[in-house]
Write a protein that binds this ligand. Structure first.
Ligand SMILES: [Zn+2]
Length: 955
């Protein structure tokens, strides 16, 4: 061991101070690993990173079948588009068809040639300009699909027919990727055990196969075909592929499976010469092949054109749908709607420019729009990974204490890093609780934030050990700042991409201040959904840090600190308990909970649940005090029965509720998921950072154009045009409702994750999916037609020995028009019990307080109604009360503790003016004004200061 350490020291000495260069290795496949990588990392001191690009700037167009046949259509197209074209024929038609099509092109005077593995020389002639158009087969590992990187030559791609896989129901011949593709496509038609078996096999195969290089894939494919055994990892995959094949063959022999296939999946089934074939759109190949027209060069990402000459509309529709799973960018346009002349002019001009660059006739330095390096700073590692993943597989390296994800957007090479929350915070010592006050001027004093790695406690003063748990493992954000500064020197500019609210603005501002001496340009970018498009748009229109938002956050923080510290001190003195603490906003909320608890105890009510002879259940509520014991009443009703009378029937139109805002989401989700609001907020934060929903701290119900498009797409595809009714809901502004970012429902999302098409930066739990489902349904409902329901007004008479218990209420029977209820059920619908006397099958009762105790959902509703708390604080306020044990949760209801009651009593007796609801509301409004730039934050601070001084003086 000591010998090893000696060697290590020696090596470090050698490596130290030596200027390293950057070694670039470019390959179409493969990942950095193995002994060679170790050599570079350990002995030569290189940091290894690898990345793949997934960028495209392609106009995706199509031509629907018309009077001309496919070949003639292709010839016509190429005559219009000119040289620099690639023509792809479907793999099922093969080389023969490619050759025939090539012949037709040549007869029409086009200089075209077929390219395939044994005839690569055509490529040279394409490069040298002897050949204008190449024809090849659309297959994923094909030469024309993957190997071509000629940004100065390739302008467009034409698909002579929808790229697809074709299988006869005989699967014996299928290669590994086809088997996987096929497994994916038929999965929804399988059920139960077979489906989970399929999932297991696919999982095992995928884990290995995508790391294989092309040569290994070739070996695997052949072995699979010939039934030959291999070794090691390859054999492991081969064995599982064989199992998968057998499973598929077995399932496809079942009639019901075949039937479900056409109805539910991405396949179309076509009969040719009496034989059934399955067609699956080959989206991966389409994206790869059309991507040849759009390449990275020193000036950015070139633009290309792709045209699918459609031979089968059913198959094409499925290609369109599937392409959206891979990318939310793709917008299909009819070729006839394009201004082709203008587009080709633009493309041609760019190609000439690239050619000049390549020939060295333009020096990169002369290019205005040269690719720049940008550092994108966010607050959370998940968000950083999500952003980086939009532009390909990012390369990851460590830089000081930071993980840096490197990708390219075409215009920028972007390095994405996370600060992991705030970097600085108010000092705990000095000044007036961290703020220097002199002559009415307030100077907050900030220190780097420290975090205990064991218990998570955060503090700013220097401690050798954590003040809570005593651990010595403390992380200082000062290290983050140091690493950011070093990284800042490497880049041309910085984008501050923290969350779009006051807290995010404050982090951006702090980061701006610590980094501005180290880089020329620092810009704030704001986006309300983490999608590639939203980020690209934000990068196109960066702004400065908006100071009123920062000031509002500064005021909020100082106000919390002041009132928290000074009231806590009073509490310590009064109760002789050092852990007590108090805050302004939670005190009135604590008061509501206590008050409701007191009121609830003043009386009770009894609910009888009665199951009638026809199986219908009714609930009757009786307010106490009861004249007889409930068990006696129960017995009497059971003996005498229940009379039902219909008082009339009416149809009612029910409109969908608006999409979620923070408060409505918290209410619904805490009820549905049976979990606290703090947990819901955490789940929502994850969904936002993973790019699945828009920003979840919002009080706007507004739906943007993007949102309406997402809804239209989903509703039209799943229910039909007539169900869609776009609604904007709230008023303008940057903020938006909480909604899904893509037209992908929870079920499809799970499927995409299972298949590895969507790879979330952190794993999703069951509750994540349930919350997503809720947000998705609520949003889709808000964009759908109203429902028409039929209600029967019924009178229920429960007979007893003296007076019967009589209640009247509407019973929702059915919907004559389902409308939004298709996705979002807000009530049950059943036939009411028939009129007349019913016997009782079962009867039970339960006693409840007169008024129901508050749930977390109720409190959120009250806060919203009474103007206390904001989207960013709703959950925090409740969480604080629970954490301090002022309130506990019992059976989903909030119950004040003895301690809670004492603290509240003390505060409201001694500091009523400070903690009363009106005062709190007044101050919240003040802070809103600071946020909007309508009020000077120093004036507001002064007001707080005088108020606090009164407490301090009154001790
Ligand atoms: Zn600790």
């Amino acid at each position: 061991y000591s010998e090893l350490n000696e060697l290590k020291d020696k090596l470090e000495k050698i490596l130290k101070g030596k200027l390293k260069g950057c070694l670039v290795i470019s390959t179409a496949t493969g990942k950095p690993r193995g002994a060679r990588v170790k050599l570079f990392r350990e002995l030569l001191g290189f940091e290894i990173g690898a990345r793949t690009e997934a960028l495209r700037n392609v106009v995706d167009s199509y031509i629907l079948p018309g009077s001309e046949d496919i070949d003639d259509e292709v010839v016509k197209l190429i005559k219009t588009l000119g040289k620099g074209g690639l023509v792809f024929v479907p793999v099922s038609k093969g080389l023969e068809y490619a050759q025939a099509l090539n012949e037709k092109l040549r007869q029409a005077g086009i200089r075209s040639e077929v390219v395939h593995a044994k005839k690569k020389s055509a490529l040279d002639r394409f490069v040298s300009g002897e050949v204008d158009v190449l024809v090849g087969v659309a297959v994923y590992y094909g030469l024309l699909v993957r190997g071509l990187d000629l940004p100065h030559i390739v302008k467009y791609a034409v698909f002579a027919g929808v790229p697809h896989f074709k299988f006869s129901l005989n699967l014996e011949e299928a290669g590994p990727f086809r088997l996987l593709q096929f497994a994916f496509n038929i999965r929804p038609a399988l059920e139960g055990y077979e489906q989970s078996q399929l999932d297991r096999l696919v999982g095992k195969i995928r884990r290995v196969i995508y790391d294989l290089d092309a040569a290994s894939v070739q070996i695997l494919t052949e072995a699979l075909k010939e039934g030959k055994e291999l070794e090691g990892r390859l054999e492991y995959v081969r064995k599982n592929l064989v199992k998968l094949k057998h499973l598929l063959i077995q399932e496809l022999s079942k009639k019901d499976v075949v039937k479900r296939l056409e109805e539910k999946t991405m396949l179309v089934i076509r009969t040719e010469e009496g034989q059934q074939y399955i067609y699956v759109p080959d989206t991966m190949t389409y994206l790869q092949a059309s991507g040849r027209t759009s390449r990275l060069y020193a000036g950015g990402l070139s633009k290309g054109l792709s045209v699918v000459v459609v031979d089968d509309e059913g198959l094409f529709n499925k290609l369109v749908r599937q392409s959206r799973w891979y990318s939310d960018e793709i917008e299909w346009v009819n070729f006839n709607d394009l201004d082709v002349e203008k587009l080709m002019k633009e493309i041609n001009k760019e190609r000439e420019f690239i050619a000049k660059l390549i020939r060295g006739e333009i020096k990169p330095a002369e290019v205005e729009d040269l690719v720049k390096t940008a550092l994108v700073i966010v607050e959370s590692p998940t968000k950083a990974r999500t952003i980086a993943s939009f532009f390909g597989k990012p390369s990851r390296r460590s830089y000081g204490v930071l993980n840096v994800y490197e990708t390219s957007t075409g215009r920028y090479v972007i390095l994405t890093v996370a600060t992991k929350g705030h970097i600085i915070d108010l000092s705990e010592s000095g000044g007036f609780y961290g703020v220097e006050v002199s002559d009415g001027v307030f100077i907050p004093v900030y220190k780097t934030l420290k975090r205990c790695l064991r218990c998570g406690e955060q503090f700013t003063d220097e401690h050798d050990e954590c003040p809570v748990c005593g651990s010595k493992e403390i992380f200082d954000q000062g290290q983050t700042i140091e690493s950011l500064r070093e990284l800042a020197r490497e880049v041309d500019l910085i984008f501050l991409a923290t969350d779009p609210d006051t807290e995010g603005e404050k982090i951006a501002w702090d980061t701006f201040n610590v980094l501005s001496p180290y880089v020329k340009s620092l810009r704030r970018i704001e986006f309300h959904e983490v999608t590639r498009k939203a980020i690209e748009n934000a990068i196109k229109s960066p702004r400065s840090v908006f100071l009123p938002l920062v000031e509002a956050q500064i005021v909020r923080r100082i106000a919390d600190r002041w009132i928290g510290f000074s009231l806590s001190k009073k509490l310590w003195d009064a109760f002789n308990l050092k852990f007590l603490s108090a805050g302004r906003v939670q005190t009135p909320v604590l008061g509501w909970i206590i008050q409701r608890y007191e009121e609830a105890r003043k009386g009770y009510r009894v609910i009888f649940t009665i199951v009638l002879d026809d199986g219908k259940t009714i609930r009757l509520e009786v307010e106490g005090p009861l004249k007889k014991r409930p068990s006696k009443i129960k017995k009497e009703i059971a003996e005498k029965g229940v009379e039902i009378e219909y008082l009339g029937e009416e149809e009612e139109t029910v409109s969908p509720p608006p999409p979620f805002t923070t408060d409505t989401m918290l209410r619904e989700a805490s009820r549905n998921l049976r979990t606290g609001v703090a947990e819901v907020m955490k789940l929502a934060q994850d969904l936002f950072e993973l790019g699945l929903i828009t920003y979840h701290r919002t009080d706007s119900t507004r739906v943007s154009d993007v949102g309406i498009k997402v809804a239209r797409e989903y509703i039209t595809e799943n229910f039909g045009k007539e169900y869609f009714e776009g609604r904007v809901w709230g008023a303008g502004g940057a903020h938006e409702c909480i909604r899904p970012t893509r037209p992908i429902d929870a079920e499809t999302l799970l499927e995409l994750i299972r298949q590895g098409i969507f790879q979330p930066a952190t794993p999703l739990t069951r509750n994540h999916i349930r919350l997503y489902d809720l947000i998705f349904r609520r949003f889709m409902a808000s964009q759908m037609k109203p429902a028409k329901i039929v209600k029967t007004q019924i009178r229920v008479k429960a007979l007893t020995e003296d007076e019967p218990i009589v209640r009247e209420f509407p019973w929702i029977k059915t919907a004559t028009e389902e409308g939004f209820l298709k996705v979002y059920r807000i009530f049950a619908m059943t036939e009411p019990p028939s009129p007349g006397l019913h016997k009782v099958k079962e009867i039970s009762h339960r006693r409840f307080p007169l008024l129901p105790l508050y749930t977390q959902a109720d409190i959120i509703k009250l806060m919203k109604e009474r103007g206390i708390g904001r989207p960013s604080t709703y959950a925090k306020i409740l969480d604080t009360l629970l954490k301090r044990k002022y309130v506990i949760e019992s059976g989903g209801k909030l119950v004040p503790t003895k301690l809670g009651k004492k603290v509240y009593e003390y505060l409201s007796q001694n500091y009523k003016d400070l903690v009363v609801e009106e005062r709190t509301r007044y101050l919240e409004e003040k802070m809103d004004k600071v946020e909007r730039g309508e009020e000077n934050y120093l004036d507001v601070l002064k007001e707080f200061y005088q108020e606090i001084k009164k407490i301090e003086g009154g001790s």
